[in-house]
Design a protein around this ligand. Structure first.
Ligand code: DER
Length: 235
């Protein structure tokens, strides 16, 4: 369908532009767009991929690498990556993004910061001027289970009255991340979303918060597949 096609278009274009033969240590993101990234990397051929190591951003990403029979590596062994490609829930005009729709934002941010080049790939729905205009689910915030109630109260008092614990669908109780933590989805007014770096700093200082799904000043470029088969590149 048109959305899947646009994800594939974004992913293929980003791989063609940023996964070059000299790139050996490659970070793989999470979500439903990155499978097209792996698909395009595989199409570069067994020869060039034999000399590469792929670092995952969570269990789903790890599964993608293992199922593609690509060499799996660990970020503790490869602290600097040549390039990481990941999805996004929304990207603004300055390449700030909301991430964590898949509850993987902690490991994703580790690999975003560890990469010499970090690139986002998404379908046209994610391409915004300001964060919060299309993605209405709120900022995904990873919290330690012990502290979640206090963090919720704090978020309610600083501008996110509808912040709530993300409940699982096929499991009783809250979503548990790959790191054993909970996720709170915290919608903020668009006004506050106009300065994501400031909001990120404010949120990171709240005790009990492990990571916040706002990625600021990290991306080199963002690729969006469009409905008409064109690709928009922001950089
Ligand atoms: O959790 C994340 O940040 C993922 O990258 C994910 O939200 C990306 O979404 P996608 O499934 O639309 O690629």
């Amino acid at each position: 369908d048109i959305i899947e096609k646009s994800k594939q278009l974004a992913a293929w274009t980003a791989v063609d532009n940023h996964i070059l033969p000299a790139d050996k240590i490659i970070g793989i993101g999470s979500g439903s767009t990155v499978p097209y990234v792996v698909e395009r990397i595989l199409a570069q051929g067994a020869e060039v991929n034999k000399g590469r190591v792929f670092i995952p951003t969570g269990f789903q990403s790890r599964q993608l690498i293992v199922e593609a029979q690509l060499t799996l590596g660990d970020v503790s062994q490869y602290p600097v990556l040549d390039v990481t490609i990941d999805g996004a829930d929304e990207v603004d005009h300055e390449l700030n993004s909301i991430k964590g729709g898949g509850a993987c934002q902690l490991q994703e941010k580790v690999l975003a910061e560890a990469a010499k080049t970090w690139v986002m790939v998404a379908d046209y729905r994610k391409n915004s001027e300001t964060l919060g205009t299309n993605w209405k689910q709120g900022i995904p915030i990873e919290v330690v289970p012990f502290a979640y109630a206090g963090v919720l109260r704090k978020l309610h008092s600083i501008g996110s009255p509808t912040a709530h614990l993300r409940m699982a669908k096929m499991k009783a109780g809250p979503v548990v991340t790959d790191n054993g933590n909970f996720v709170i989805d915290a919608p903020f007014a668009v006004e506050q979303m106009k300065e994501p770096a400031k909001l990120l700093t404010q949120l990171k200082l709240i005790t009990g918060i492990v990571e916040v799904g706002l990625f600021c000043n990290l991306a080199k470029a963002a690729y969006f597949g469009n409905q008409d088969g064109s690709v928009t590149i922001k950089w």
